[in-house]
Design a binder for this molecule. Structure first.
Ligand code: PRP
Ligand code: URA
Length: 182
C-alpha cells in the first residue's frame, strides 16, 4: 500500500521563534543591517523576508529594504527569472554593492537559489549574497549552503515539505508528507 501520511514539524510558535532568531543572527553576523537588503523568493520567501524585516525594525529600530524575485521553474529543470522588485515602494531593487540576504521557505536541490543568484548578479554586483531558509531538507545538487536556517530536517527524496504561512495559507505551519510520489 502507498498511503500518504503527514505530520507537523514546525508549528506557529516555532515559526515565530525561528524568524526572531534569524533576525538576531542577521544583526549579529552583519554587525547591524547597514547596506543590507532582504530579497524573498516568490512566493513564501517574500513573506518570510517581510516578517524578518519587521523583527529587525522592532529589535534595532532600523528599516531595511525588502524585495522579491520571481522564478518560474520548467519541467526540464531550467529556471527563468521574471523580475526583481521592491515590495515596499515598487520599482527596481538596488543590487550594486549591497549585502543581499536571500530568503526561501525550503532549500532542497539548490537550483532555485542558484537561479536567484544568477539573476541578481546579472543586475549588478552585490557586495555579498547570504541565504536564509525556513527549512533545509538536504539533497543538494549544487554547492550551496544556507547562512541562516529555521530548522534542518533530514528527509528522504520520497518525502515532501510543505510550508504554510498565514498571508496566503490561512495558518502558520510546516508539515512533512511521507509516502508521496515525486
Ligand atoms: O532547492 P530546490 O530544489 O530548488 O527547491 C526549493 C524550491 O522549491 C519550492 O518551490 P516550488 O518550485 O515547489 O514552488 P512553490 O514554493 O511556489 O510551491 C520552494 O519554495 C523552493 O523555492
Ligand atoms: O519538499 C520540498 C521540496 C522542494 N520544495 C518544497 O517546497 N518542498
Amino acid at each position: 500500500m502507498n498511503e500518504t501520511t503527514e505530520h507537523t514539524i514546525i508549528d506557529e510558535m516555532g515559526i515565530r521563534r525561528a524568524l526572531t532568531r534569524i533576525a538576531h543572527e542577521i544583526l549579529e553576523k552583519n554587525k547591524g543591517v547597514e547596506n543590507c537588503t532582504l530579497i524573498g523568493i516568490r512566493t513564501r520567501g517574500i513573506y518570510l523576508a517581510k516578517r524578518v524585516a519587521e523583527r529587525i525594525l522592532e529589535i534595532e529600530g532600523v528599516p531595511i529594504p525588502v524585495g522579491e524575485i520571481d522564478i518560474t521553474s520548467y519541467r526540464d529543470d531550467r529556471v527563468k527569472v521574471r523580475s526583481v522588485e521592491n515590495v515596499q515602494e515598487g520599482g527596481k531593487m538596488q543590487i550594486q554593492d549591497r549585502k543581499i540576504i536571500l530568503f526561501d521557505d525550503v532549500l532542497y536541490t539548490g537550483r532555485t537559489v542558484r537561479a536567484a543568484m544568477d539573476a541578481l548578479i546579472d543586475l549588478g554586483r552585490p557586495q555579498m549574497i547570504q541565504l536564509a531558509v525556513l527549512v533545509d531538507r538536504g539533497h543538494r545538487e549544487l554547492p550551496i549552503r544556507p547562512d541562516y536556517v529555521g530548522k534542518n530536517v533530514p528527509t528522504s527524496k520520497s518525502e515532501s515539505i510543505e510550508v504554510m504561512l498565514t498571508e496566503i495559507d490561512d495558518k502558520d505551519e510546516v508539515i512533512i508528507q511521507r509516502g508521496k510520489q515525486e
